[in-house]
Write a protein that binds this ligand. Structure first.
Ligand SMILES: Cc1cc2nc3c(=O)[nH]c(=O)nc-3n(C[C@H](O)[C@H](O)[C@H](O)COP(=O)(O)OP(=O)(O)OC[C@H]3O[C@@H](n4cnc5c(N)ncnc54)[C@H](O)[C@@H]3O)c2cc1C
Length: 463
């Protein structure tokens, strides 16, 4: 079998500045303190934080492809303190104090990522500008006011701001923008550089990463074990399952999480005269509403990456490379980017790619450890995992090393995953919700009014 061209999986991986030749595979059965499935942000942050806490630990990360192959090497580079479950839903489910504690922990994650890239010399193009949610129609203004109110209700109004039309234009000039909501704690990153740099930092601190090795099963008990196609890894303390959407491929976790696709297009580097028209000096990450909504990143080399909110669910949760290329979604994303910035009409889009993120049934991430079985699980970020995976790494480190902390009291530590329905009910349900979401968006754009009570779909599948 010829080696895969890993650089072709995203613009970010192609430009990661790292040699993507796979590391050696596992060479027969072995024993370590902690064995981790997956070298994405979750697995790597867990390994990094464990070694930062206790350099004497032996930590092994087992990766099917290469570090950063999954969503971590392909995402929009949105490193934002926004938790996958909104503050108002968190308040309803867990109370105000828990909602506030989670938000504060997410802010710490954005800061921790900034600190680590500096300390470890990882050139991840981290730019702490903030995250802007842009209203591009008057009927979107109540939406951003609602967001501000959500943060005010948990005592965090100093971390957010509302901008009027002129203030928004001072940050970035987007066609028809009438206002915006700023979350101050947000950074743009080059995600593959972060994943690859983090993998090297784990190794510098004594961790080991094996690639081209598939975990086919796992077992809790004493000792807990990762069973792979290259041998068995026994763990004296814990195994950590950090495969996000791909966990659905393990028979025991098939119904814990489903994969959803997301796709991104990116422009060529824009000339100074176009940047003079757009502004966007702080390199805030940006997002918007409606049928041309997107998640945007102003890259360090002067491009615009535009991620489309056009996610799809593959029947049976089947993940394959075919999902990465969806021409209709790429065409839509290029069109939407030009709606945001009409001056991009003659600009070329040089790359387009996709990947899968994991969605739990109740959208609540799990970051837990069962000391009885020795199995830790961290997954379910619903497409908002860049900063959240760092929180997983910090939380699991406290849980695995037996530290009782503010983090170990967060609701994700005790959250029990809700199983997805079996097929075909699952795919019928997901597609119904998805389609009704698009219908709702069309209706809002036609009538200029949001439904009084948001549909269930509005809470699910934003991407
Ligand atoms: C296109 C796209 C855009 C996104 N944009 C953003 C964004 O801008 N901001 C944001 O916050 N989030 C975003 N997300 C989500 C975010 O990227 C993910 O939530 C996050 O990267 C998850 O990290 P992870 O380590 O948990 O999973 P992954 O990065 O998916 O890593 C899992 C790793 O485990 C390996 N693996 C899986 N199964 C096995 C096995 N059985 N044996 C061995 N190895 C295995 C995989 O190969 C993979 O490398 C986006 C996702 C996508 C797909």
């Amino acid at each position: 079998m010829t080696a895969k061209d890993y650089g072709s999986y995203s613009f970010w991986l192609e430009n990661s500045g790292d040699d993507l030749t796979p590391r050696p595979a596992l060479d027969g059965s072995t024993e370590v303190d902690v064995a981790i499935l997956g070298a994405g942000f979750t697995g790597l942050w867990t390994a990094y934080c464990l070694l930062r806490r206790d350099p004497s630990l032996s930590v092994l990360v087992v990766e099917r492809e290469i570090a950063g192959f999954g969503a971590s090497g392909r995402n929009g580079g949105w490193c934002v303190a926004d938790f996958p479950v909104s503050p108002s839903v968190m308040v309803k489910r867990y109370g105000r104090d828990a909602a506030r504690a989670v938000s504060l922990a997410m802010i710490d994650s954005v800061d921790d990522i900034g600190r680590v890239v500096q300390e470890e010399g990882i050139d991840a193009h981290y730019a702490h500008g903030g995250a802007l949610v842009i209203a591009r129609a008057a009927y979107d203004l109540p939406k951003i006011e609602e967001m501000w109110e959500e943060y005010r209700s948990i005592g965090m109004e100093d971390r957010v701001a509302l901008f009027d039309t002129d203030q928004t234009a001072e940050r970035m000039r987007v066609a028809n923008a009438v206002g915006s909501f700023l979350m101050r704690e947000g950074a743009a990153i080059q995600p593959a550089r972060l994943a690859r740099g983090l993998a090297r930092a784990v190794e510098r601190r004594g961790g080991r990463i094996v690639e081209q090795t598939t975990v086919t099963d796992y077992a809790g008990g004493s000792p807990p074990r990762l069973i792979t196609d290259r041998g068995e890894v026994r763990a004296r303390q814990a195994i950590v399952l950090a495969g996000e959407a791909h966990l659905s491929r393990l028979p025991k976790l098939r119904r814990h999480v489903i994969p959803m696709t997301s796709h991104i297009v990116i422009t060529e580097p824009l000339p100074p005269e176009i940047w003079a028209q757009i502004g966007w000096e702080h390199r805030d990450v940006a997002v918007g509403f409606g049928s041309t909504a997107g998640y945007l990143n102003h890259t360090a080399d002067g491009r615009i990456a535009f991620g489309a909110y056009r996610s799809r669910y593959p029947f049976g949760s089947r993940i394959s490379d075919d999902l990465d290329c969806m021409e209709d979604v790429f065409t839509h994303a290029r069109h939407a980017a030009r709606v945001w910035f009409p001056m991009l009409q003659q600009v070329d889009f040089t790359h387009a790619w996709g990947g899968v993120f994991g969605v739990p049934r109740d959208r609540m991430p799990t970051m837990g450890f069962n000391p009885r079985t020795g199995v830790a699980l961290a997954f379910g970020y619903s497409g908002e995992g860049v900063a959240t995976a760092n929180l997983s790494g910090r939380m699991l480190t406290d849980l695995l090393t037996g530290i009782d902390s503010d983090l170990t009291r967060l609701p994700m530590a005790t959250h029990q995953p809700v199983p997805w329905e079996p097929e075909p009910v699952r795919s019928v349900g997901v597609n119904l919700v998805r389609r009704s979401r698009y219908k709702e968006i069309e209706q809002v754009e036609r009538t200029g009014v949001y439904p009084e009570k948001p549909s269930l779909a509005a809470h699910v599948f934003n991407r």
